[in-house]
Design a protein around this ligand. Sequence first.
Ligand code: PMP
Length: 449
Amino acid sequence: MDRSRLRELLARESADAERRNPRSRAAYARADHLFGRVPMTWMNKTAGAFPRYLAAARGARVTDVDGHEYIDFCLGDTGAMAGHSPDAVAAAVHTRFAELGGATAMLPTEDAEWVGAELTRRFGLARWSFSLTATDANRWAIRLARAVTDRPKILVNSYCYHGSVDESLIVVGPDGHGTARPGNVGAPCDVTLTSRVAEFNDLDQLERELSHGDVAAVLMEPALTNIGIVLPEPGYLAGVRELTRRSGALLINDETHTFSAGPGGCTAAWDLEPDMLTIGKAIGGGIPAGAYGLSAELAELLLGRDDLDLVDMGGVGGTLAGNALSVAATRATLEHVLTDEAFAGMAKLSERFEAGVRACVERRKLPWSVSRLGARTEYRFADPAPRTGTRSAAAADAELEDYLHLYLANRGVLLTPFHNMALMCPATTERDVDTHTEVFDAALAELAG
Ligand code: PMP
């Protein structure tokens, strides 16, 4: 690749973005009272010198404050996989919040049991509890795993992402052993005291790490989705299940992103049998909601332990978790929006997206790969597709990514800032997918000169 040409094009697209977005630029310049000028520091992870400010969003469309409309394949990095403000969720939220009233009354509503039953139908786990984020679902699942196994450590995959969970910020270092993930902010202690790590798709390493007998749970995504998509090789997930069972470690599937695989995530699609399952983001249809499920045996065991304070100050729970508004939104999302039929349509669109990108990449003989997990497709600057998180991390190319993201955004197509990831929602159309393919192809043509 001609790097100087790439830099020229990137500079041109950055200048275009500044010219096209005076209101966003001014809003960012005025935001003196925000830490890093943004509501959350990660919002500075954007191609270009400032983020575009949101004005409105509906279905698969976002409009910014400068009046540009975008086809949104980012979908809030899965938080809006149901589409932005779908009618059924908007109605449920309006009813619960405005008509009936009561989002945070410290009292249960009957929607929660409906949602629990539906999550059981989809994912198989028998008992459910709620959170507001996937991070918290993971944190609480980890606490329960430690309590029930009386073991200290959590094992994750190198370059995983499970939210801001201290135990997960570990990678396999150059010497093959666990070390702190670079950039970890304010770790409470050396991460190797709380965690172990193995490469995804590496059963030997997993077996070696589990052999110490100190792992309470393996927390993993059935396919990595936060370092490109890294799909499991045949036999890998069955091997994980066998090794965890043999070593007495629990298995927690984090389906927050892999939910894209189908109505019951990878767990249902691939007949997986985790002891616990965590999920967040999409299930609330845009309203903060998360959940964790556990097997009936595990739930019984935990509830029978008099020494565990599950009700008050034991460290599991949050005041607003399971609130009436979040649960009403989750019910509406699962009952009317992210239905079994909707997933079938989303997966078909994603196939079309994958085929479009693949054709462009192959025509230009680029050494890139394209991976798909149901409604989610991602391309990576490596061919063949990396089989571990560490190899996938090594394939990152920030300049190239920024160029493609800016080129697309300047022409009305949004990808997820942290990825080359495109997600389909029930409102996405074939025309939307084809528009992406055309603009992506034009970006590659300019790069080739
Ligand atoms: N688990 C996975 C697999 C995720 O991808 C994410 C967020 N990208 C999280 C957990 C954390 O979600 P949240 O930020 O809503 O806590």
